[in-house]
Ligand binder design. Sequence first.
Ligand SMILES: Nc1ncnc2c1ncn2[C@@H]1O[C@H](COP(=O)(O)OP(=O)(O)OP(=O)(O)O)[C@@H](O)[C@H]1O
Ligand SMILES: [Mg+2]
Length: 368
Amino acid sequence: MVAGNLKLGVDFHISMELFKDVLSYEESLFRNEEALHPEFLPDVLPHREDEVKAIADNIKVLFQERAPANLFVCGPPSMGKTVSILYVFKQLKEASDDVVPIYINCWENTTTHAVFVEMAKQLSIPFPSKGVSTEVIAQTIFSKLSKKSGVVFCFDEMDKSEDPGYLYTIVENIGKKSCIILVTNNRKSILSVDPRVRSRLCLEEMEFKKYSKGEMCDILKARVKLAFVPGVLAQNVVEKVATIAFEKGDLRTGMFLLMKAGRLAEEEASRKVAMSHVQKALSSMASISSARSEKLEGVEKEVYSTIKENNGKVTGEIYRMYKGKGGKLTERSFRLYLSKLERKGLIRTEDTGKGFRGRSRKVMAVGN
Ligand SMILES: Nc1ncnc2c1ncn2[C@@H]1O[C@H](COP(=O)(O)OP(=O)(O)OP(=O)(O)O)[C@@H](O)[C@H]1O
Ligand SMILES: [Mg+2]
């Protein structure tokens, strides 16, 4: 029995009709909310048609047993680098078994050993999790791949590799039959690859330029079509979201705002997603990051507060401020903490292309 219906004879409890205004399933504002999730792979990629075609054309030559170019894909965060490659890989998998795509995220697999273990997993080669040397795993992989016409490797976020030694092993063993695609939003990170390997790779650069506001708007409109029931979001609301995303230089923010605004509208049992829901979603973004930052402790907290105090400055400068406050970390460890904070979504970094090996990055606290 529902508590609110109990006849207790005393008027001390207030009935809270928590679910009264809920929209029924048929009334939901979303038709497919997943279309706004970061890992969603859409059927069309507006404004990346040329890049997608160029990547696919390059891979195609493997079917004719010719050597493709190796690619160095760079460009600012959220400009469609990963999604374009996954889009090509999906179609490649559907088209043929002769050329095999292997996608590795170097942030999740930072060591050469981890990279090969992940490759083995993708190729369904069983290995015990411990006790097998990197060389044995690599050789088993190469022997399986030697039966194929070609292999396409994508090393995404390669700037996060602790050592890109796997590149040398791959080039040595299956160089001619492979296409290697390195992806990063830090162009100068390529300098961390051994110069001899770099020269063997003979990389062709492919830049993913920043989307214009209009392009971001087109992409978000396409997602709105997939995610929401028709007519729920007015044109000017999507445009507002695109403007915010453009100003933040981050398309992901646009997707997140659309999802959050849609949920807020549903909570209010509103039949439309209005400008006010976008505004509320925007302020909740800032509070999410501060709630997450409250959980930080020790050195991490010190690093984070230095970033907040020096929002938008470059890494070297922030490190100097940190040292000035008596911070004990070396510059290398400091950068590792930056990576950690970036993974937690508390900060965002942007390539400046300057400094030693291009390592100088602008650092922003998210939500600031
Ligand atoms: N042209 C596009 N069409 C549809 N969705 C896109 C397009 N470009 C980017 N997106 C979407 O925007 C989000 C960010 O794109 P993606 O992950 O490919 O960025 P990225 O360039 O790899 O960024 P990072 O350097 O941070 O890894 C994803 O959800 C992706 O699906
Ligand atoms: Mg990416």
